[in-house]
Design a protein around this ligand. Structure first.
Ligand SMILES: *Cc1c(COP(=O)(O)O)cnc(C)c1O
Length: 381
């Protein structure tokens, strides 16, 4: 690393993203692939991930908010984009103007889209999100007949075009769980009910990463993976499915020093040197996404070796024990917090009682993002 490198960074391998999208497309069969790039591409960078995914064979992108969708358009992405989590006072006119497909979950959402479409004189592209048992986002059973009636009128008037009907699974990471089949059956019923109302969606989709990789029977017209595109297995206890983690979280050693036997290290002196040793200071702390409860429980990769973190994780820094520092670790060396060559994000997740989704979403604040890979080179990174 050169002196121009940031002290703490995430490095995102866009070739890994492309590889993962090809793996997912292989499982999807004839179905198209929408890669989910919400939350700034699971904190990998939505625009660059989106470009890499589309170049690797994905045909659409999915996000939660309209603001996220507009940022993709501003980044030059012209592929179809679906946005599915917005309040009724969201800027639907902006979404329609940018040709964003709007997911609706209620009559109120649909009426808001209608007002924007009439005001702008442009047909809005809508996808109906139906709640089949997650009981979160999506049209409820109770409201569904009314939504279909209102939608039918708007489709007839060409105020709205019905692109898709879709839903989301609650227990896809338990591939044999009967709840999945209950949701599939309700999904099929919802599609049939739309047909009874004289409407035929252009496509239907249900599968997230876990279902894409384990339930090919649920691929329908399109799959909608997120986490697997970033190289993390949605069901780590079953398999890694040949996915390649795209994110490396790393920092540069800022100081190497000797610590005498009996000296305490970091706040509270929770670690006392049992003998004279050498320590390295890593400029990443809980403000950067290194969770404080990890203190004393993780290891950091420097060169070919893993060195244990000692003492508390602070806001801006943590300390690792180099022992006699036989490898000659020096200021400026790269120290990998998680990623290839060091701990897997799943290890952090296990230590924290969470899932790796939350781990890759955590680097923030001072952390600078950088891109790697042939796609990144061609993109001018
Ligand atoms: C986040 C999300 C996905 C992707 O889920 P993964 O488990 O990351 O594959 C798909 N569909 C919807 C509606 C989502 O909210």
């Amino acid at each position: 690393m050169s002196s121009a490198d940031p002290q703490v960074e995430t490095v995102v391998d866009l070739d890994a993203i492309a590889h993962n999208v090809r793996v997912l497309a292989g499982h999807a069969g004839d179905a198209a692939v929408m890669v989910v790039v919400k939350a700034d591409g699971y904190n990998h960078g939505a625009v660059r991930v989106g470009q890499a995914a589309l170049a690797a064979g994905a045909s659409e992108l999915g996000v939660t908010t309209i603001a996220e969708a507009l940022r993709l358009r501003a980044g030059g992405i012209t592929a179809p984009i679906l946005s599915w989590l917005n309040t009724s006072d969201a800027d639907y006119a902006a979404a329609i103007a940018a040709d964003i497909e709007i997911g609706v979950s209620s009559v109120a959402h649909l009426r808001a889209v209608e007002r924007a479409a009439r005001a702008t004189g442009t047909t809005a592209t809508v996808s109906l999100k139906v709640d089949t048992g997650l009981n979160r986002n999506g049209v409820s059973d109770a409201e569904y007949p009314q939504v279909l009636t209102v939608l039918r009128g708007l489709v007839d008037e060409r105020v709205v075009r019905l692109r898709a009907i879709f839903s989301h699974l609650a227990r896809a990471d338990e591939p044999q769980h009967p709840a999945i089949d209950v949701q599939r059956d309700r999904f099929l019923d919802a599609i049939a009910a739309a047909k009874d109302h004289g409407m035929q969606p252009e496509l239907v989709h249900l599968a997230n990463s876990a279902a894409t990789l384990t339930r090919p029977d649920l691929a329908f017209d399109m799959v909608r993976p997120g986490i697997a595109a970033y190289g993390l297995s949605p069901i780590p206890e079953i398999s890694d499915f040949g996915l390649r983690p795209a994110m490396t979280f790393r920092a540069r050693v800022t100081l190497v020093k000797h610590v005498a036997a009996g000296e305490g290290v970091s706040y509270g002196h929770e670690w006392i040197a049992p003998h004279a040793t050498t320590v390295a200071l890593i400029p990443a702390g809980y403000a950067d996404g290194v969770f404080r409860p990890l203190g004393g429980r993780i290891a950091v990769g420097i060169g070919d070796a893993l060195y244990p973190n000692i003492g508390r994780v602070c806001m801006d820094q943590l300390v690792v024990d180099l022992g006699d520092n036989a490898a000659g670790v020096r200021e400026g060396d790269s120290a990998v917090l998680f990623g290839p060559g060091a701990l897997h994000p799943q290890r952090w997740a296990d230590l924290l009682g969470t899932i790796h989704y939350e781990i890759v979403c955590s680097p923030r604040g001072r952390v600078v993002r950088r891109y790697l890979g042939d796609i990144a080179q061609r993109g001018g990174a």
